[in-house]
Ligand binder design. Structure first.
Ligand code: PAF
Length: 286
């Protein structure tokens, strides 16, 4: 695997490639990321990964400085996966002058859920992904469903800017007890790690109650609101600080109207909650 740090070296490596498959990451790679690399290899060749901890998507009180940086370890994992090029720019390479041009997702998608609790987050994500796409110029790119809203925002961005990159969604990879894999899981203490299973457990309970309501053709918009607030209470009573548990339409993350509730396969439940100092997100398609 070639490890390149500049856009010029990257372009030289990729010249003439017609089916580049790209996986952007912020490093500290775990099995979830490696599954994205494998899916990328199914859809294109060569596979290019990037590792860049993007300051623009961190709020002032978030974990940019302590975000785990494990480049050597990441390189050996990517080598084992047969990745062709790793693009690992530093901040001066990605942002040689202050990034004054930004990509701003529409408010009804970018300022809800994660965007409500992390103002500016999706502007930072969309801006760096746009920039990485200009550097790599991939034909396909893989994004995990773990970051459901991010996946949707990037997909729409490609559509609206006519970016010739097909976005491939990847299923969330979980620990055996159900916890969605995330670089931030390593912040959890052993006790928090045990407790953390309650996030996916709660999402499963929400999904079950929604499905039961659908099965008896009796699910109303008010029932959904009750199910969401019961789930939020379960977590908070266990000591979590929950930002949201939200049942939304899969297609646009809008609140489901009565007619969206009856057909299976239309909904997703998303949650974000803090356990101690660690904020976890997860979701489940219903
Ligand atoms: O999902 C991530 O790791 C990041 O948001 C991404 C897409 C690499 C942009 O920095």
């Amino acid at each position: 695997m070639k490890v390149v740090h500049t856009i010029q070296e990257l372009r030289a490596q990729l010249r003439g490639q017609l089916r580049t498959a790209f996986v952007p990451t912020m490093g500290n790679l775990h099995e979830g990321h490696l599954s994205l690399m494998r899916l990328a290899a199914d859809h294109g060749d060569p596979v290019v990964a990037s590792i860049f901890v993007n300051r623009l998507q961190f709020g002032p009180n978030e974990d940019f400085d302590r975000y785990p940086r494990t480049l050597e370890d990441d390189i050996s994992k990517l080598e084992k996966e047969g990745v062709y090029v790793l693009f690992a720019p530093d901040e001066r390479e990605m942002y040689p002058v202050p990034q004054e041009y930004r990509v701003s997702p529409p408010q009804d998608l970018g300022d809800i859920l994660e965007g409500e609790f992390r103002p500016g987050f999706f502007i930072g994500v969309a801006t760096v992904v746009m920039k990485l796409f200009q550097c790599v110029q991939p034909q396909v790119s893989v994004f995990g469903k773990k970051d459901y809203q991010q996946l949707m925002i990037i997909r729409r961005m490609c559509g609206q800017f006519s970016i010739p990159t097909e976005i491939i969604p990847a299923e969330t990879i979980r620990e055996p007890d159900g916890l969605a894999m995330s670089s931030r899981n390593r912040y959890l203490s052993p006790e928090e790690r045990q407790e953390s299973v309650w996030l996916s457990r709660t999402l499963h309970e929400v999904a079950k109650r929604i499905r039961d309501g659908q099965a008896s053709c009796s699910l109303s918009v008010d029932d959904v609101a009750d199910i969401e607030s019961a789930a939020l209470q379960v977590l908070n009573q266990r000591g979590w600080k929950t930002d949201y548990v939200a049942v939304r339409r899969r297609t646009d993350l809008k609140l489901p109207a009565a007619q969206d509730l009856q057909s299976p396969g239309e909904l997703v439940v998303l949650a974000a909650s803090k356990l101690g100092a660690t904020r976890l997100i997860d979701n489940l398609e219903i």
